[in-house]
Design a protein around this ligand. Structure first.
Ligand code: ZN
Ligand code: ZN
Ligand code: ZN
Ligand code: ZN
Length: 334
């Protein structure tokens, strides 16, 4: 997953300094401060790169005379000479300027859609990728192609509630019945659950080539919030209600690609042979339960390294997967 963030999106040159950077040198007070000064950090004009004319972006290299140029621009200099004094550029970095810029508070690039945060420059790229105010696709677009809606991430719930009502649950658990599920054709189903501002996307994938079925639940938003939630998937047999498979997993953020989660099996996985034993008339039922992560929860470590269930689970047996990806057999009365 790339964390590419291009600083030049921020056109303003005035970056607010972190409180630790209240230096006496080179700081200019805001010209437009006419009222009694509110308690806010001073603003400073940052040096611009002589090539791209934007605020210098680390890494920053210097020429033999000492002029600074941002790294990306240095690579494009042909010949590799300083654009100011024509002396050769060096491999030396302007570390103090890099440090200064990295610690500067910058507005989130999604300020226009409502984000009020001003992360440090060094982290603004990561923040922007998971910001609640970034542009998001409809959860029924990715891999399903069923909807072309895009909008502010924060508005996804309203959209899904209105346009995909039958695939939306208000609350953190629901019984899902998947009809028309043959074990021969690839399939993908999505359901959205929301509680207040917390939105979760439940994705089921049936891969008829690998002969595996996957479930994952992703939190729409920052990773640090996603980590607060666990989920359980209960696959039950309609014919034999005492037969059940339970998976327990940690929610991941929607910034992680769903396909990567499946590929790495960081989710509930069941072989199609096993899933078939839970299917009646091409219908498979499962229940998802999302709960807040209990910090005291410690999954039981078992020595076995198996990652697959037996293709035919005998009745009364339950299988669940710990966070470490190991299978635990549960006793039937649990
Ligand atoms: Zn530049
Ligand atoms: Zn120079
Ligand atoms: Zn933001
Ligand atoms: Zn949609």
């Amino acid at each position: 997953m790339g964390h590419v963030f291009s600083f030049p999106q921020i056109t303003t040159q005035k970056l607010v300094l972190a409180p630790t950077l209240r230096l006496d040198v080179g700081i200019k007070a805001d010209d437009d401060d006419t009222c009694p000064p509110p308690p806010r950090p001073p603003a400073v004009t940052f040096p611009k790169c002589p090539v791209c004319q934007r605020v210098m972006a680390p890494p920053i290299y210097i020429c033999q005379t000492g002029h600074s140029v941002c790294g990306a621009c240095t690579e494009q200099l042909r010949p590799p000479n300083c654009p100011v004094c024509q002396q050769p550029m060096t491999q030396m970095r302007n570390r103090s300027l890099e440090d200064f810029i990295n610690k500067a508070k910058v507005p989130c690039p999604h300020r226009g859609t409502g984000c009020q945060l001003t992360p440090e420059y060094a982290t603004v790229g990561d923040h922007a990728q998971e910001c609640f105010y970034r542009t998001a696709e409809c959860p029924f677009a990715a891999g399903l192609g069923k909807c072309s809606w895009t909008g502010v991430h924060n508005h996804v719930t309203e959209h899904v509630k209105e346009m995909h009502t039958s695939m939306f649950t208000e609350g953190l658990e629901a019984e899902i019945e998947m009809e028309g599920l043959t074990m021969r054709d690839c399939d993908r189903r999505v359901h959205v659950a929301a509680q207040q501002r917390n939105v979760f996307v439940v994705t089921f994938k049936l891969d008829s080539i690998q002969r595996l079925a996957y479930w994952t639940i992703q939190y729409m938003g920052p990773k640090k919030y996603a980590h607060n939630y666990n989920y359980e998937i209960h696959v039950t047999s309609k014919r034999e209600p005492h037969r059940k498979v339970i998976f327990t997993e940690r929610c991941l953020s929607d910034t992680t690609k769903t396909e990567d989660i499946f590929r790495q099996c960081l989710c509930a996985v069941l072989s199609l042979n096993a899933l078939e034993t839970f299917s009646t008339d091409n219908k498979v039922s499962y229940r998802f339960v999302i709960s807040r992560h209990n910090p005291n929860y410690k999954p039981k470590r078992l020595s076995g390294e198996g990652t697959h269930v037996n293709t035919r689970s005998p009745p009364q047996r339950q299988w669940s997967r710990s966070r470490q990806g190991q299978w635990m057999e549960r006793s039937g009365q649990e």
